[in-house]
Design a protein around this ligand. Sequence first.
Ligand code: SAH
Length: 214
Amino acid sequence: MRLRNIAGSREIIGESGFVVHSPERQKGNWPGIFGNNNPVHLEIGMGKGRFLMDMAKEHPAINYVGIEKYSSVLLRAVQKMEQEPAPLPNVRFIRMEAEAIADVFGQGEVGRIYLNFSDPWPKDRHAKRRLTSREFLSRYDKLLKPDGQLEFKTDNKELFAFSLEELEPAGWRAKEVTYDLHHDKGMMEGNIMTEYEERFSSMGNAICKYVAER
Ligand code: SAH
């Protein structure tokens, strides 16, 4: 998702209380940011933040952090947050490139990671950039609690096959897998649709999902 550069987006983001600036300074201090010891769950590549905000409303005792690399996209999430009738105390956003994630969260500081409709990077030579690659799995290793989970949804069959294959060599295993989430009663329980999920499923694409752990 890349929106045109929007004039002033960096300024608006800079002034938002929902955005954590200099996030590497908060490593080890996330309970301080939220003012409680509730679990912290991340969505990496959150886009406009709909999934994150709907999850936060549904689960007020979980703290949600959304990570997005483009300020023009993050701006949409900030604007959406400001339109909420009551601000959501359990949501924060970070504008950053996910590669540096282990600089921002300490060991075991994160209870769950969500990857929703991550960029496919179809060329083989770009495989390391896929957020489900073994390189990224070893980054998640550093911050995810030992019993923490990684949840991944996509409609891209090639990316999904690649992502499943990456788990074992990185020391992970798939606990649950479906190639058609919306017709899988068990895995659909509590499912919150993302923007891309709504778009692609309404076009008739099946949604694949795994839940993985170490
Ligand atoms: N999760 C949303 C958006 C999916 S599009 C949904 O399901 O509707 C993928 C998003 O991830 C884009 O907004 C893109 O800018 C962001 N993204 C891709 N690679 C990233 C990275 N390395 N670090 C942070 N954000 C990334």
